[in-house]
Design a protein around this ligand. Structure first.
Ligand code: ZN
Length: 224
């Protein structure tokens, strides 16, 4: 079920279409992760005692958000007379669109693709009966597994293309960090223990880390 790491790998898979245009593939990978940064808004609302309703899978999962992002980066590209920013905006738009499509097909929840207008869309309204264990696995452990798999995939590209060698050690650290988190939370889940606040906090740390690692390793995406 589309964890952020899976979305990022869907972004990587667009390299056949994005070609050699600078920052386009970078945008597609970042855009594939961006919609789930709305979890930061959920966290802020939770910590400040605000309402979390209507924050996840709404404003960042909307076709209007895509249009706004592409327009803003188009304007930056025009102002700076630098086509890379325009490419980045198109890439982000493509990535966000793919994220929404993958969520629609594979997530057991509705997506507000026309936010702020009404109209939720989704193939599955909720988890089918008998699959509650899958919900807990997804929410408590699987995000870390797929962050790790994504970072591992990025590292394998870096080795293949001979790029970002100076970052290899840190990348290895973060990749193992994610696999270890997965192992810990999976074992806790098997023993029936759920630490939603701790795993939620580590999820936010992880998604921001993945965002910055992706930007740091843009040479690898350029070379792909
Ligand atoms: Zn999503």
């Amino acid at each position: 079920m589309p964890q952020a790491g899976i979305h990022a790998m869907v972004g990587m898979a667009t390299r056949k279409w994005t070609g050699a245009r600078e920052w386009l593939l970078l945008g597609a990978v970042l855009g594939s992760v961006t919609p789930d940064l709305d979890n930061l808004a959920v966290a802020v609302a939770t910590l400040t005692g605000g309402a979390t309703e209507g924050l996840h899978r709404t404003f960042t999962h909307s076709v209007f958000f895509i249009a706004a992002v592409v327009a803003v980066f188009y304007a930056i590209g025009a102002l700076k007379k630098d086509a890379r920013w325009t490419n980045l905006g198109y890439g982000l738009g493509l990535g966000i669109l793919l994220h929404i499509l993958v969520d629609l097909v594979l997530w057991f929840n509705n997506v507000h693709i026309f936010w702020p207008l009404n109209g939720e869309v989704g193939l599955w309204k909720e988890y089918p009966a008998g699959l509650e264990w899958l919900r807990e696995f997804n929410e408590q452990a699987a995000e870390f597994l797929f962050f790790g798999v994504y970072l591992w995939a990025l590292g394998s590209w870096a080795r293949k293309f001979g790029t970002d060698g100076d970052f290899a050690g840190k990348l290895r650290f973060w990749t193992w960090f994610e696999f270890v988190l997965f192992a810990i939370f999976f074992i806790l889940l098997l023993t029936g223990k759920i630490f939603a606040i701790i795993s939620g906090g580590l999820y936010l740390v992880s998604i921001l880390m993945v965002f910055f690692v992706t930007i740091r390793m843009r040479k690898t995406l350029e070379a792909a």
